[in-house]
Design a protein around this ligand. Structure first.
Ligand code: B12
Ligand code: SF4
Length: 426
């Protein structure tokens, strides 16, 4: 095992996303949480969000290089690992984030010194204080109590102000009120993960940080913030104290008039929601456990309270055909026909996002495809490029690696372009 006898000094690397329109929209909450935790333990660290592979000498004083990685960023992570090990083999290189969690075997095949699965705080603390005795793969989940005892993520104003996200013209930054999702969507890597909640007070501290940094809005980035009425009541009582506008993710199974009232009363002006498709057959096939009718009611419930809906759709789920596309189009028509009185009295419309499915390794669908399950009507295209793996890139582009029996990759791509052009322009 590589050892670093130097005083630990960690460089926390948030990789760039050249394939996105901009990677300065949402700040890297994982890295911000780790930085704050290490500082609270008096371990030196710094965040680098523009790693300079051409000038590695800049990083010679760091004992540990800690890379946060999502799957589309993996080539960058591997390139940094190779380059750093080439010039400074004594530097301990650690990888964490979703790619390490869901593509563990692939990460193990790379010469990383440590690979952290799941929560990084305790594992990184161990690596940085444990010297050589640490295992190579660490999985150190936190309990809710431990999560709530953590310092809030690092939100230095100059740092987070590099990131700009707007909804309805409101400048916002991101906060998490819980980790995990109990739902079982077969296309999602976060399905059936243990839900651990932050206390409303802990959320309140973070809202203050975001306001102090100059933002008027908060984007709550939990998978689903509206899991139960009680939870929404507890959270909205806290949020309402802070005079902010916010957006969060809802779910068609749990949305109700009461929940929508509480959200709006606390400043919610927009919810994101995974509606996925207008086809009941596909919703059932991917275990979404919602109905098209629930999705319609979700829209009407939110809109009637002045909450705009941003619906997320995925084309190319198993069983997609021209008929299911027509059903999705009918739903889109309904969604985009609604008129809403916005928070500032102006009449506004709903919004949507439409991507093409990319079967990440940690999803049920991918597991079934890899197992050769003929019951899944989804195939890889010939020679799919699985190297990058983003489903929404520059100007809404997708890397399409799948087709169904009824739709080729080209037909999926054409449909996506047509639907976006037709209904975004409404
Ligand atoms: C916010 C978010 C984004 C933001 C990212 C902003 C940013 N700069 O980080 C935006 C909107 C830009 C985004 C984009 C994309 N995202 Co995204 N995103 C999320 C989301 C909703 C929350 C992530 C988050 O901030 N969590 C909160 C922090 C505290 O947790 P964390 O990041 O996991 O970090 C903890 C641990 O992972 C670990 N850790 C993280 N980094 C490191 C590093 C080290 C060294 C260590 C030791 C530990 C460690 O410790 C942290 C603290 O406990 C997740 C879903 C989810 N519930 O996790 C999806 C998710 C991460 N995204 C996903 C995807 C697919 C994408 C896109 C590919 C979509 C697309 N456009 O095609 C792009 C890819 C962009 C990219 N960077 O490659 C997938 C990841 C799949 C994968 N295998 O990588 C997820 C899991 C959603 C899902 N269920 O499928 N995303
Ligand atoms: S798609 Fe959303 S609701 Fe479904 S499992 Fe993933 S995070 Fe949960």
């Amino acid at each position: 095992m590589i050892r670093s006898d130097r005083i630990p000094n960690a460089l926390l690397v948030s990789l760039r996303d050249p394939f996105l329109d901009s990677d300065r929209i949402m700040p890297p909450m994982g890295i911000m949480a780790l930085h704050s935790y290490l500082m609270s333990r008096n371990i030196q660290s710094r965040i680098e969000n523009d790693f300079d592979l051409e000038h590695l000498e800049k990083y010679k004083d760091y004992s540990h290089l800690c890379i946060s990685c999502m799957t589309p960023q993996k080539s960058q992570a591997y390139a940094i690992l190779k380059a750093v090990k080439g010039v400074a083999p004594e530097t301990v290189v650690v990888i964490g984030g979703p790619h390490a969690s869901f593509y563990l075997a692939e990460c193990k095949a790379q010469p990383f010194d440590h690979i952290v699965v799941g929560d990084g705080e305790l594992a990184l603390g161990e690596i940085l204080s444990g010297g050589s005795d640490c295992e190579r793969v660490l999985d150190r989940p936190m309990t809710e109590t431990q999560m709530n005892a953590l310092p809030p993520p690092f939100r230095d104003s100059a740092f987070i102000n590099q990131y700009q996200f707007y909804f309805q013209g409101v400048r916002a930054s991101t906060i998490l009120t819980a980790k995990g999702c109990p739902m079982s969507c077969a296309f999602c890597e976060d399905a059936r993960t243990r839900v651990r909640m932050y206390s409303p007070e802990y959320v309140g501290v973070q809202i203050r940080q975001v306001k102090e940094a100059g933002y008027q809005g908060v984007m709550f980035f939990d998978d689903v913030m509206t899991l139960s009425k009680k939870r929404v009541r507890d959270l909205t009582q806290e949020i309402a104290k802070h005079d902010i506008l916010f957006r969060c993710f809802g779910h068609a199974r749990t949305m109700s008039g009461d929940i929508a009232d509480m959200l709006r009363g606390a400043g919610c002006i927009e919810t994101g929601v995974g509606m996925e498709t207008g086809s009941q057959r596909i919703l059932d096939a991917v275990q979404k456990k919602t109905t098209v009718e629930q999705n319609r009611r979700y829209v009407l419930t939110c809109n009637s309270r002045g909450i705009r809906v941003k619906a997320f759709f995925i084309l190319g789920l198993p069983g997609e055909t021209e008929e299911t596309i027509a059903e999705t189009e009918r739903f889109l028509q309904f969604l985009m026909d609604q008129k809403i009185v916005g928070y500032d009295g102006k009449i506004i419309r709903n919004d949507f996002d439409m991507t093409i499915f990319f079967p990440y390794l940690g999803t049920d669908i991918r597991r079934r495809m890899d197992a050769g399950d003929g019951g899944v009507d989804l195939m890889f295209t010939e020679n799919p490029d699985l190297k990058k793996g983003f489903y929404k890139g520059v100007q809404g582009s997708s890397e399409i690696v799948v087709r169904t029996r009824g739709m080729s990759a080209e037909a999926l791509s054409e449909t996506q372009k047509r639907l976006v052009a037709t209904y975004k322009a409404k």
